[in-house]
Structures are given as C-alpha cells and as structure tokens.
Design a protein around this ligand. Structure first.
Ligand code: ADP
Ligand code: ADP
Length: 234
C-alpha cells in the first residue's frame, strides 16, 4: 500500500517579480512500512513539502495523496481529522507543553475531540513501555533530558496509531548519543508498530537509519539510495 503519493507537486510562492518556485514537479511515493529520509540543501523545498503533507499549505498544482486521502480535496474539518488520525508529528524543538506531565503530554492529541478513547490508558502504557518512559510519566518536560523529551514527543506522535509519522529534523537539538538512541527508538517503532516514517534531515548520520533516502534539489526529485534490509548498514 502507498502511504504517501506525491505526483507532479508544484508550489509557487509570491507573485510577479518575487515569485519563488519552492517545489517544481516533484514526484515520489512511500510504501507502508518504510522509514524514509528526505534530504536536500537548504532551500530545496523540504519544509514546503512537509507543510503540504501536514495540510498547513496548499500546492499550486499536482496531486498529494496520503493514507488514501487526496489532500487538496479535503474540507477543513476533514483536514483536521486527517491530521489527528492519520499523522503523527515530531519536531526539532519537541513542542511539549511545559505545564503538563509526560503522561498528559503523550495523551494530549487524543483529548482534543471527545469522547476519550476507552483504551487510552492502555495505549499510554504501551508506548511508554516501548519508549522507556514508564518511570518518567509523572515528571514535567523541564525535568527531562533533551533525548527523553524527544522520546515523549515520539510517544505523543504514536498515541493515535497514525499511518505516517512526519519527523522534521528530530535530532537537530540532540547530541550524538541522544540522537543515536532516539533513532534506534524510531527504527523500533517503524519495525514493531509498523508505522511509516518520513523524516526530513540535513544530517547524513541521522538519515543513515532510514531504509531509503530521497534527495531533492531545487524543489525536484534528484536521486535516492535504498538499502537491501532495514537492519543493514549502507
Ligand atoms: P503572497 O503575498 O503572494 O501571499 P506569501 O504570503 O507567500 O506571498 O509571502 C510573502 C512574501 O514573504 C514572499 O514573497 C517572500 O518574499 C516572503 N517570505 C515569506 N516566507 C518566506 C520564506 N520561508 N522564505 C522566503 N521568503 C519568505
Ligand atoms: P528547505 O526546507 O529545504 O530549506 P523550503 O521549503 O523552506 O526549503 O524553501 C524552498 C524555497 O521556497 C526557498 O527558496 C524558500 O525561500 C521559499 N519559500 C518557502 N516558503 C516561502 C514563503 N512562504 N514565501 C515565499 N517563499 C518561500
């Protein structure tokens, strides 16, 4: 099954003299279960692409289908449901709520629209276990290391059982030990929970945890590398 289908995606910002073509006929797709890295120089269009998959921004032309939904065809309420049910987000800056405990941060996305899922506590414990967060559930974000904070963000991204996790420079705020640990956890989520991950990064070490890396340049597909098995080094 295709989780992400990017077809001739073009995005032009501005008009007349200050037109910027951020995406220029970009096409690729991602199959269920892949852990894909998106790499490219600054200005290549990586953030623009993420914003479109997150339905924060609309393409100028082309088609974008995620989890079986054609994104440009969604109404606002459908887009909100898509973001909540089909996507999980991990950002460079964690984006945790400082006044909420780790447990409440993890379950937060499920509390926006009532009723609460009946199995929410079970889900919380499942992902807390998987990500080594059980002893930390009552703490607040500022009482955690940066690596632990990003694991909380990963648990929060998983709590709605999304089809796709979008990770935007998830190791950008971490030292290399914490980054390695986080990437091992993301690889574990990818393998054991069967979640597809699309990770934007400019860091080759970070991207080396992916089973495929797509390189984009000037808003267009440039090249890719795939490794034979998900546990094998390039
Ligand atoms: P419009 O006036 O067509 O609605 P936008 O709202 O997309 O244009 O952006 C207005 C202007 O702000 C752009 O033309 C651009 O010069 C600038 N701008 C905004 N965000 C960015 C960005 N991320 N990178 C570069 N320029 C930007
Ligand atoms: P990357 O994330 O790979 O660095 P971006 O998607 O941020 O690339 O940017 C791609 C191009 O589009 C750049 O030239 C950038 O300046 C431009 N751009 C991005 N957002 C806007 C915007 N809102 N308005 C105008 N130009 C933008």
């Amino acid at each position: 099954m295709r989780v992400v289908d990017v077809a001739h995606l073009t995005k032009v910002y501005g008009h007349r003299l200050n037109r910027v073509t951020a995406l220029n006929d970009l096409s690729f797709h991602i199959e269920a279960g892949e852990f894909v890295g998106i790499m490219g120089p600054s200005g290549a269009g990586k953030s623009t692409l993420l914003n479109m998959i997150a339905t924060i921004d609309q393409p100028t032309s082309g088609k974008l289908t995620v989890a079986g939904k054609e994104l440009t065809a969604l109404r606002d309420s459908e887009a909100a449901a898509y973001r909540r049910e089909d996507l999980g987000f991990i950002f460079q800056a964690f984006n945790l709520v400082p006044d909420l405990t780790v447990a409440d941060n993890i379950t937060l996305p499920q509390t926006f629209v009532p009723p609460l899922p009946k199995d929410l506590d079970q889900r919380l414990m499942h992902f807390a276990n998987l990500l080594g967060l059980v002893p930390l559930l009552k703490r607040y974000p500022e009482q955690l290391s940066l690596g632990q904070r990003q694991r909380v963000a990963a648990a929060r991204a998983m709590i709605g059982h999304p089809d796709l996790i979008l990770a935007d420079e998830p190791t950008g705020s971490l030292d290399s030990m914490a980054a390695t640990e986080l990437l091992q956890y993301l690889a574990k989520l990818n393998l054991e929970e069967d979640v597809t991950i699309m990770m934007v990064t400019h860091d080759a070490f970070t991207a080396s945890f992916c089973n495929r890396i797509i390189f984009i340049r000037d808003g267009a597909y440039f090249a890719e590398v795939t490794r034979r098995s998900s546990r094998q080094a390039f």
